[in-house]
Design a binder for this molecule. Sequence first.
Ligand code: NAD
Length: 352
Amino acid sequence: MAEKLRFGIVGCGVIGPTHAAALASLSDDAVLVAAADIVPEKAQAFAEKYHCKAYSSLEEMLESEQLDVVDVCVPSGLHGELACKVMRSGRHVIVEKPMEITHERIEEMLRVQRETGRKMAVISQHRFDDAAVQIHKLVQENAFGRLVLGNAAIPWWRSQKYYDSGAWRGTWALDGGGILMNQSIHSIDVLQWLMGPVKSIRAYTDTLVHKMETEDVAVAVLRFENGALGTISATTGGYPGATTRIEIFGDRGSAIIENDRLGYLHLARDDAEEIGPYGGAKRQTGAGEEGGATASDPAALKASTHAMQIADMINAIREDKQPAIYGELARHPVDIILGVYESARTGKEVTL
Ligand SMILES: NC(=O)c1ccc[n+]([C@@H]2O[C@H](COP(=O)([O-])OP(=O)(O)OC[C@H]3O[C@@H](n4cnc5c(N)ncnc54)[C@H](O)[C@@H]3O)[C@@H](O)[C@H]2O)c1
């Protein structure tokens, strides 16, 4: 059996424990050795719970421990700085989403990654959901025919208490945005993975419910490179939070992912006979109801898809290949979101 890879985690807040749980589920291949947080009590409590060593800074952890990989779980606007420190220290890095919040810092991360020859994976765990994988495979088989429309709807609720729970939340400097950069990036990533690259964007954003710098509602119209149109509609002001939907429509089929599960799929190739001129849609049942934990509480996130992505990184390191979601791919949803912000700010169409 190959030796276990030694992991460290920096950032012991909401998402750090999901990484620890994911690593625990991969105990044949990985061991969590250390955790760091600038709040020493948080590092200490985390280390006690997950049986590893506590540090009060990333630097101290990197200097003191023999590590293969560090998972960066700190506020979004610190991802680049910390990920570059990890790679410069000779370790591989797994960065939480979003990869970073500006083009310049993303480019710096990619430059350091190339210079150091380390591997960098960026978490986008919903690409590992069964429904997303299944629909992506069907898109590759051209089962939807000519793609015509792709929509992502993220009608969520976050209380003011949520935004007040961390000084970084809802700020331009550290969250990099609101409902789009923080919560919707998953759905936007899956949408563009299924529909293909986005070419241009027209958008509106606003802050209507919360006391925060960044947007809590956004609507964008997309033109994909393949000519299809699409929309993003998202809010954290929609009490109490409703179904997250990703919809794909083509002239040979349609699919709807609801709360990360397949809610609807109808392909012309499976029809026994041709449907009439007005179409016809049979609903699949049983989808959607249980999958939406992140709509209400990110701490309730299941670690299984994080574990799949970490397992993919372990495999990439052992076999010296690219992880499934490497930096050049992970930047796409951030580029789209920054395009939405620019269009909303300038009132103009933005071409990516
Ligand atoms: N993949 C997902 O579904 C998902 C879910 C939640 C959060 N996230 C991402 O994870 C990141 C963290 O989010 P969170 O909700 O866990 O935030 P959080 O505020 O709960 O935790 C962040 C932790 O980082 C620590 N920290 C801050 N600066 C540090 C530094 N320089 N060195 C060491 N520790 C430092 C803080 O003390 C805090 O404990 C964000 O980028 C967020 O977008 C991803």
